[in-house]
Write a protein that binds this ligand. Sequence first.
Ligand SMILES: NC(=O)c1ccc[n+]([C@@H]2O[C@H](COP(=O)([O-])OP(=O)(O)OC[C@H]3O[C@@H](n4cnc5c(N)ncnc54)[C@H](OP(=O)(O)O)[C@@H]3O)[C@@H](O)[C@H]2O)c1
Length: 359
Amino acid sequence: MTHPEPRIRTVELRPGYVIPRIINGGWQLSEGHDPSSDGGDRLEAKRLSDLRALADAGLTAFDGADIYTGVEALYGRLLASFPRGDDGGPGLQVHTKLVPDLDVLPHISKSYVEGLIDRSLSRLGVERLDLVQFHWWDWSIDGWLDTLSWLDELRAKGKIRHLGVTNFDTPRLSRVLDQGIDIAAHQLQYSLLDRRPESSMVDLCRRRNVCLLCYGTLAGGFLTDRWLGRPAPTEPLANRSLVKYRLMIKELGGWSAFQALLRLLDETARRHGVSIANVATRWVLDRPGVAAAVVGVRDARHLADNLRTFGFEPAEQDVGPLRSFLEQHPGADGDIYSVERVVGGKHAVIMKTGLNQTD
Ligand SMILES: NC(=O)c1ccc[n+]([C@@H]2O[C@H](COP(=O)([O-])OP(=O)(O)OC[C@H]3O[C@@H](n4cnc5c(N)ncnc54)[C@H](OP(=O)(O)O)[C@@H]3O)[C@@H](O)[C@H]2O)c1
């Protein structure tokens, strides 16, 4: 099947702030995500040219975090080398996260938070951060609402354009919104393997105009052609993403249930001449309330394929069988990030809660 060059779809998160519906995810570029990565100058030059290729193709939004070691600085170099947009702006949308270390939370202060924001500004080489998504490791420690109100002050001061949260549950996001703080986006895990947002978060976000930015769309690469018909991987897995989403496959019902899902996705993919990754991303993008999928990138290898996400229209023949499968395989239940917060639980012990050392 031949496809016309697909047009990248965009979404307006807030008036005047438009991003593509696929955001390039930067966790995969951080030091320590892939233990076999060697780093070094050649890799740096290659990374920059790959990121340029993504942006040149129209995928101009990048997701990072203050705890993704090296990534804000890498994005800073990308921004410095990228031509200005029509409006004189950078032509790229660069999102970051504020993720204070777990051991800082009991005594977090306004000046500490401003210091983290100033550090992100300086690493990126910008005067204002496009979107800051705030994460809090432990709800039993107070201070998260204060931190958000300090971030809101920094927005009023002009250091932040839009505020977001990540991995918030429904009651706490409701409290934030009830304080009158404008939350443009919520970054959360939402995929064929993890439909916890549908329990209550999607409804809240749609009612209160919070756009969903979804990670885990490809389960770190598991939800792709590469794993179709393959045996379950053995330890150690190649990177941290795969470790995280292997657990979500277990929540779905294990490797044989996952293979049945891949076969269903493959049927749709073949009907439309696209890839399993395209079908999985498209499924997320077609959910109500979803603004964009954050798809992890290590390089530009998957660029052409990911652009095909926008180039086909799933039909009832595709979504009907998938719907039946998902009804029989509900996966993890509870609110957003609930199993990840169970102290000592298998999802929690793989987290690194102390990566935000100051430079
Ligand atoms: N807020 C949070 O707590 C949080 C948590 C996790 C992630 N995130 C964000 O979400 C982003 C996405 O990360 P993720 O861990 O959820 O991974 P993901 O997007 O589900 O998977 C990304 C991986 O899928 C593979 N891939 C991408 N496109 C493909 C295609 N068309 N065909 C085949 N394989 C393809 C690539 O693996 P290979 O390079 O190995 O081929 C890529 O590294 C992160 O970078 C980060 O920005 C946020």
